[in-house]
Ligand binder design. Structure first.
Ligand code: ADP
Length: 555
């Protein structure tokens, strides 16, 4: 009678469920799983730290639309990967963590790297279970994958003990499972669709806010149709950028604060009133703002600000309902209103304020000048990974996105160090596109060793390090008799040599005229590159009108 081993059955079940990518680190007891994954046609990417492997898995889940896998060894491996689970949970992205576990027959005996893994990960997961027999592996994989991406997406965990990985099952005893279909697209009740349109029609100063839930829902065509049918101005959240292109005439991205403060009706699409949107509260919002909220999770409705109308269900399905209702009974927000002219004036004023910073030839350079050069060389379909404090905040303003799911940043959890894993995921999911990983030197340092991963797989990533010598800027030299400031890193560190150490290209840039040519040759070369750009340690974002904008608005 034919038998199958646990590792092969696990890999085959994952592949059946649409897991095409696995990011991991091998060791006891999961080596056999990685080998089996390669045999079963899963692309295995060996990373240098489980944290980055988990970050890569959750980004790949967001980019592909199904959970992708992170593979770790027992104990410390799983613990390192919790960072990725937490990040995935906070961003509502799917992923599946496969954690090796010590053998069941040594439970509680102080086994090598023994840990109560299921308990440790549970609060970060939608589903966490220990696989209890080889034959039931397909059952557990199906449960985990379905839980991860049905409803509000999130991370899941399977704990796989050594003796199950190495164990055998008779093929006739297996509980095989078919591929989980794509998540059902649940529409909203017709009366809520009507009520939502009535509220939007009644607005004097309407604003659509487009969040990354709509990017996950693949609702880009539907959102664009909605804003074009209604002609209502829209604002993208940081990772909602590109669902409708940033250069669309209805985008109010360049007048963000004005739009948020003055809107009287906000249509919140797949976004949350958390810190990124200033909780939906004054002083960033009108205290009397009326809210129409669309979300797949009923419990999200009314968080921080009550919703006048709730549309609970799938973003793409509901936008389809709204568009059909508008087709039957067209309505457009008027062309000439004080709201539109106020937004246009503010956009013009903000652009005039930023223009000199973008063109500033000073040495050392400031953020705006560096980011402008990156903006000018980025192809329209590029994927942008952007993290760091000012590098990310100013990057959100200066670096445009034209397509959905082309911006990956520190996200809802504000995780620094997520970028290199995200960039590697983006490059393997979209091998036809160029990835720009624009990092502050501090953010880069959390996961810098993943440059070796990018070089090993020859991924088309240009890492650009905006280097101000520390966290929020450090001195350009240390004083002999003074302690090193807590925020400082090695002055003028030559991070670009890290790429060269692994066969990639390195560029060290100090002046604006060097930057363009360094970027162009980095992009033209198929090898990954680091462009290390020294900037002034005093460079900051443009001053905000009110203090509370800069303290609360890290994004
Ligand atoms: P952003 O960071 O862009 O503001 P958030 O991550 O805060 O976005 O919010 C995304 C929201 O989208 C979550 O509340 C999540 O429940 C919701 N969401 C996820 N999938 C869907 C979907 N298919 N349709 C509608 N909403 C969704």
């Amino acid at each position: 009678m034919a038998t199958i081993d646990g590792a092969t059955l696990l890999a085959r079940s994952l592949k059946t469920q649409g897991v095409d990518f696995m990011f991991g680190i091998v060791g006891f007891p999961v080596h056999a799983i990685a080998n089996a994954a390669q045999r079963e046609g899963i692309r295995y990417i060996g990373m240098r730290n489980e944290q980055s492997a988990a970050y890569a898995a959750q980004a790949a889940g967001y980019l592909t639309g199904r959970p992708q896998a992170c593979l770790t060894v027992t104990g410390p491996g799983v613990i390192h990967a919790i960072a990725g689970l937490a990040n995935a949970q906070s961003n509502c992205w799917p992923m599946i963590l496969i954690g090796g576990a010590s053998p069941t027959y040594q439970d509680g005996m102080g086994s090598f790297q023994e840990e109560h893994q299921v308990e440790a990960v549970r609060q970060f997961c939608k589903y966490a279970a220990r696989v209890d027999s080889v034959a039931r592996i397909p059952y557990y994989v199906e449960q985990a994958v379905r839980s991860s991406f049905y409803g509000r997406p999130g991370p899941v965990h399977l704990d796989v003990p050594d003796d199950i990985i190495r164990g055998q099952a008779e093929e006739e005893d297996l509980q095989l499972k078919a591929r989980v279909p794509d998540a059902p697209r649940i529409p909203a009740p017709a009366e809520n669709v009507e009520a939502a349109l009535a509220t939007i029609r009644s607005a004097e100063r309407p604003l659509v806010i487009v969040g990354k839930g709509m990017a996950w829902a693949r609702a880009e065509d539907d959102v664009r149709e909605f804003v074009e049918r209604t002609q209502v101005p829209f604002l993208a959240t940081p990772m909602g950028k590109g669902i409708v292109p940033d250069d669309h005439p209805l985008s109010v991205g360049a007048a963000r604060s004005y739009a948020l403060q003055n809107a009287d009706v906000v249509f919140l699409l797949g976004a949350r009133f958390n810190w990124i949107l200033h909780f939906g509260l004054p002083p960033r919002f009108d205290p009397n703002v009326r809210v129409v909220q669309l979300d797949i999770a009923p419990e999200a409705i009314g968080t921080n600000v009550p919703a006048e109308v709730a549309l609970v269900g799938d973003g793409k399905a509901i936008l389809g309902q709204l568009n059909r209702a508008l087709q039957a009974q067209p309505w457009e927000y008027p062309t000439e209103t004080r709201w539109r002219s106020g937004i246009a004036d503010k956009i013009a004023a903000n652009r005039a304020q930023t223009e000199p910073l973008l063109n500033d030839d000073s040495v050392p350079m400031g953020y705006y000048r560096v980011l402008r050069e990156i903006r000018d060389v980025m192809p329209r379909n590029a994927i942008l990974v952007n993290e760091g404090a000012s590098t990310m905040d100013i990057g959100r303003q200066v670096l445009p996105n034209y397509l959905p799911r082309t911006r990956l940043d520190a996200g809802t959890y504000g995780t620094m160090g997520v970028g290199l894993g995200d960039a590697i995921a983006a490059a393997v999911v979209h091998p036809d596109r160029h990835v720009f990983c624009v990092e502050g030197d501090a953010a880069f340092g959390f996961s810098g060793m993943e440059v070796e991963t990018a070089c090993r797989y020859n991924l088309p990533i240009t890492f650009i390090i905006v280097n101000n010598n520390g966290i929020g800027g450090g001195p350009s030299e240390f004083k002999a008799d003074t302690p090193i400031p807590p925020s400082a890193f090695t002055p003028q560190a030559h991070y670009e040599l890290m790429a060269e150490a692994f066969g990639g290209r390195g560029y060290f840039v100090e002046r604006p005229d060097q930057l363009r040519s360094a970027l162009e040759s980095a992009i033209a070369d198929p090898k990954p590159a680091i462009v290390n750009v020294m900037i002034s340690n005093r460079s900051r974002g443009k001053p905000q009108e009110f203090h509370w904008m800069s303290t609360m608005a890290a994004h």
